[in-house]
Design a binder for this molecule. Sequence first.
Ligand code: UDP
Ligand code: UDP
Length: 477
Amino acid sequence: APPATKSPGELDGGARPHVMFIPSAGMGHLLPFFRVIAALAGHDVDISVVTVLPTVSAAEADHFSSLFAALPRVRRVDFHLLPFDASEFPGHDPFLLRWEALRRSAHLFRPLIGGATPRVSAVVSDVTLTSHVIPIAKELCVKCHVLFVSCATMLSLVAYTPVHLDKKVEQGPGVGDVDIPGVRRIPQSYLPQPLLDLNKLFTKQFIDNGREIINADSFLVNTFDALEPVALAALRDGKVVPGFPTVYAIGPLRSQHNSAEVEKEEEATGSPVAWLDEQPARSVVYVAFGNRNAVSRDQIREIAAGLEASGCRFLWVLKTTTVDRDDSAELTDVLGKGFLERVQGRGLVTKAWVDQEALLKHPSVGLFLSHSGWNSVTEAAASGVPLLAWPRGGDHRVNATVVVSGGVGVWMEHWSWDGEDWLVTGEEIGKKVKEVMSDATIRASATRTGEEAAKAVAEGGTSYRSMQQFISSLKAT
Ligand code: UDP
Ligand code: UDP
C-alpha cells in the first residue's frame, strides 16, 4: 500500500484518542481490564475491547455482557481464534491454553488494530500477549501500554528474569533464585511452579513476554505507592532494567458498581450479603481461593474441619473445579456428612459466583483466608480486612511477600503449595484462623493499609494522579 500521509497512530489536533483493549483470559485478568475500562469511559476517550467468544468460563461471559450493557459506547471488537489443537499440551490449565491460542492467532491483531475506525491511537494489552502485540503496535505506529494484573514486585520479576537467565553461570533445569536489583531476592521456591522447568509452555511465554516488555510505552499496575514503594522506585529508577518504561501505579482498582444490581443482591434472601447483615461486626472469616484454583477434596475436608474448630463464623466460597463452580459436586459429598448441619447458623458455604469486592467491604467480615491472587490482595487492602495468605501457585507467593511488607496481613509460608502431596491439617488451620481473628496488631495494620489505599485513589492521591497522567498521555499522542 502507498504510504499514508499520516501514520495510523497520529491524531488530528484535538481528536479523541481511541484506545483498543486486548485482554486475555481468566477473571483475574478480565476484572482489572473491566475496572480500568469503566474508569476511562468517564473521560473523553473512544474505547474498543477485543472480545473472544466463547470465553473459557461462564463467569467471563457474564462479565463481558455486563460490561457492554453498562457502557453502551464501548465497542465490542469480535476476535476469532484460529483453530488450536489443545491436545498438543495435555494436562494444561484451560486458561493458559487460551493464552497460547491467543498468542498463535496474534498476527490477526494487525488488521484489527490497523483497520479500525476511528484510527486506534493506543493499545492496552494483557502481559500474556505482549511479545506479539508490542511489535505489531510498533509497526503500526500505535502506542502500546500494558495493563499488568499482578503486583509491581511480580512486574520486576518478569522484567528481570530474562536478564537473570542471560547472566546465569550455573545452568540448572529451572530459573533458580532471582535476585532482583533494588527490589528483593526471590528464592526459587517462591516462583510460579512452571518456572522450575525451562521447557514448560508457561515458562516460554513468560520469558518471551519478559524480553519484549521493555519496549512497551508504559505500564498500568494495580498497586499503589504506599503498598509497594521499593519495587515501584526500583522499576522507575531503572534499577531493575535500565530505561524501563513509565510505570503508572493506579490501584487499588475498583468496580464502578451499578447500585441497582447491588441492591437486588442485598435484598435476595439467602444471599451472602443478607446473611452477613445478620452477623456481628468483624465476626466472619471470608474464605475464597480465586477463580481458577481448585483445592483437592482432601484439603477441602481439612479446611472444613479447621473452620469448624476455630469456632468462628465463616463465609466460604467453595470451588472444586478449575473452570467455574457450576459443577455437579454436592456440597455434602465434598464436605462430609453432617458438616453443614453442625455449622448451621454460623457458617455459609456457597458454590455460586459472589461479588467478592462488595463482600470484603461488608462490616461483618473480619478476616480473609485467601490464596493471595493479586486482585484478592488489592480488594482486601482496599477494604482494610486482614488477609491470611495461603498461596497455592503461580504468582501467589510473590504476592504474599507484598501482603507482609505492605501490612495487608500474614503469610503462612510453610503451608502446602499446589502439587505438594501433603495436607495442612484442620487443627492447624483452626488454630491460626482463631489466632489471627483476635490479633489487634494485624487488624490495626490492615486498617492503616486500607486508609493508605483510600488516600491513593482519592482526588489528589498517588494513584489518582497516575491515572490522570496516563489519560493526559493518551491525549498527547
Ligand atoms: N471473584 C469474585 N467472585 C467469585 C470468585 C472470584 O468476585 O466468586 C473475583 C475476585 O474478587 C477477584 C478475581 O475474581 O477480583 C480473582 O482474581 P485473583 O487475582 O484474586 O485470583 P485468580 O482467580 O486470578 O487466581
Ligand atoms: N505472567 C507474565 N507473563 C506471562 C504469563 C504470566 O508476566 O507470559 C504473570 C502474570 O502477572 C500472571 C502471573 O505471571 O498474573 C502468574 O500467572 P498464573 O498462571 O498464576 O496466572 P494468574 O494467577 O494471573 O491467573
